[in-house]
Ligand binder design. Structure first.
Ligand SMILES: Cc1cc2nc3c(=O)[nH]c(=O)nc-3n(C[C@H](O)[C@H](O)[C@H](O)COP(=O)(O)OP(=O)(O)OC[C@H]3O[C@@H](n4cnc5c(N)ncnc54)[C@H](O)[C@@H]3O)c2cc1C
Length: 472
């Protein structure tokens, strides 16, 4: 390996953040806001990680789309709080819509679940009671299950799969197919047969049990980089931080700092972070990289005599070996007059799952179809998949004209697989090595892999660093 020519020694309180996804950015903003200088290193040419803009010169005249279509929920309070801290007015970037789900099928009548203006959880109960397309018995079974879950505070003695939970609550097949399965896939990106019921309940609790607005659907009015990473970059620069893109970290080294050798206080380490051009030295490092990269960097540490343990994670049984689930986003460009019947439409008995009308981002005629989790789409040639999605869209737009163009974005490792007992595996943000932290949607946030999970993780890590600085 070539040794970088220069080494930058950061001052004692500066923090190196490796990875500029939403968790790394949230950590950086929280630290910068408290006057702590950050040095952020991102391997890609742009910030944002999995939630970033992309541009194809030959698609919709080079306009920006997203690496994958994203939506948020009203319950994403940490993310909304961070937007506020950045000085972003929610109304400028998000279209808020009270819960109103419309699901279409080529072989079944459509389903509509619309929440009335009532306090939580009555809005959900009345939404279920008045669901169009389900029989009274089917609606009552869904209400019974929701009430039982609420009475038990959305908590399980022992984790099980979402499908086992639904079976335990005697949910009819059609209710599973049209309600629980789409909700589980949309929030956890993991098939119900092995998705963790406890994590699913955590998201239901946050969205349905507290405030009616927590179940609102929030749609972005612009691409994800314009929404978040661009303002973050500006914020960090204004707070004397540094951001380097195209700076892939290839090695992490650790040694006892002179301060440690001289005193009997808590150990302090110097971390040396190496990129192909430069090395950076600091007492505090946050690895906000995907778990398999963090694992590789942790194992690149050379001085194992300082940390003579095999695992650097807390708790001891935590691990960075996750399985992953894919997400496909099929962007279909039609003439500008083409519109979905509402901003977001769900589908069942189909390959496509949720279609979002990108006129929300002033991209008239552009529809983003999201396909979460494994399925036949992974084996299909892209032309064939686009044709199929076109046919499926006709269920809700009968006079749909021929598409003009399409792009399919496949993210094979879109999210970690949120399986039964996953909570026992997820590491904390602090490690056993003082000064070394982890951030990312996979850490122990009790949330599935989501923007909110990533933001919570980044903020929590920053808070740990701030508290540590105060107690020194
Ligand atoms: C297609 C798709 C659709 C999604 N839809 C939704 C949705 O609708 N709602 C929702 O809430 N969530 C959604 N998610 C999940 C959400 O995008 C993620 O949970 C979130 O972006 C994760 O952020 P992160 O910071 O934890 O990780 P990442 O975004 O993966 O960030 C890690 C960063 O580390 C960088 N990096 C890697 N190696 C190195 C290295 N050696 N040196 C320096 N940097 C490095 C990477 O380039 C990346 O920028 C979706 C994800 C995908 C992929």
């Amino acid at each position: 390996m070539s040794i970088p020519a220069s080494i930058q020694h950061l001052d004692n309180k500066s923090v190196i953040i490796v990875g500029g996804g939403w968790s790394g950015l949230a950590c950086a903003v929280t630290l910068a806001n408290r006057g702590i200088k950050v040095q952020l290193l991102e391997s890609a040419r742009q910030l944002g990680g999995r939630a970033r803009r992309i541009q194809f010169k030959k698609f919709i005249s080079g306009q920006s789309i997203d690496n994958g279509q994203h939506i948020m929920l009203g319950a994403y309070h940490s993310t909304l709080g961070l937007f506020k801290l950045l000085g972003i007015d929610e109304a400028d970037i998000l279209e808020r819509q009270p819960l109103d789900l419309n699901l279409y099928s080529p072989c079944h009548c459509s389903i509509r679940l619309k929440a009335p203006v009532l306090p939580a959880p009555f809005h959900l109960i009345f939404a279920l009671l008045s669901t169009q397309g389900l029989t009274l018995n089917e609606r009552i079974s869904a209400i019974k299950m929701s009430l039982k879950l609420a009475v038990n505070h959305y908590s399980l003695k022992q984790d099980l799969s979402v499908s086992e939970l639904l079976k335990k609550h005697q949910q009819p097949a059609i209710v599973i197919q049209t309600l629980w399965e789409p909700l589980c896939l949309a929030t956890m990106n993991t098939p119900i047969h092995h998705a963790s019921a406890q994590v699913f309940l955590n998201t239901l609790k946050d969205s349905f049990s507290r405030n009616r607005k927590d179940s609102d659907l929030l749609f972005f009015k612009n691409n994800l980089s314009a929404i978040f990473s661009d303002p973050v970059l500006e914020f960090i620069s204004q707070h004397e931080g540094q951001v380097n893109c195209a700076a892939k970290v290839i090695e992490l080294n650790i040694r006892s700092s002179e301060k440690h050798l001289q005193s009997s206080e808590k150990p302090v380490y110097d971390f040396v972070i190496t990129t192909p051009d430069t090395s950076y030295q600091s007492h505090t490092v946050v690895l906000a990289t995907p778990p398999h990269i963090s694992e590789r960097l942790l194992h690149s540490m050379n001085n194992l005599s300082i940390v003579a343990k095999k695992s650097f994670l807390k708790p001891e049984n935590a691990s960075l070996n996750f399985n992953y689930e894919p997400i496909y986003t099929v962007y279909m460009q039609y003439p500008p007059s083409v519109k979905l019947p509402c901003k977001m439409v769900g589908f069942f008995d189909t390959i496509g799952q949720w279609a979002i009308d990108r006129s929300l981002c002033q991209q008239d005629g552009l529809i983003a179809m999201v396909i979460s989790g494994p399925g036949k789409q992974t084996q299909m040639p892209h032309n064939q998949l686009a044709d199929l999605i076109h046919q499926e869209l006709k269920v809700c737009i009968p006079d749909l004209p021929q598409w003009l163009d399409f792009r399919i974005i496949t993210e094979k490792r879109a999210t970690f697989s949120c399986t039964v007992n996953i909570e026992q595996q997820r590491p904390l943000n602090s490690t056993i090595i003082p000064g070394l932290f982890l951030a990312g949607d996979y850490t122990n946030t009790h949330y599935p892999a989501t923007l909110e999970g990533a933001i919570r993780s980044g903020i929590n890590t920053a808070q740990l660093i701030i508290n540590r600085n105060i107690s020194k």
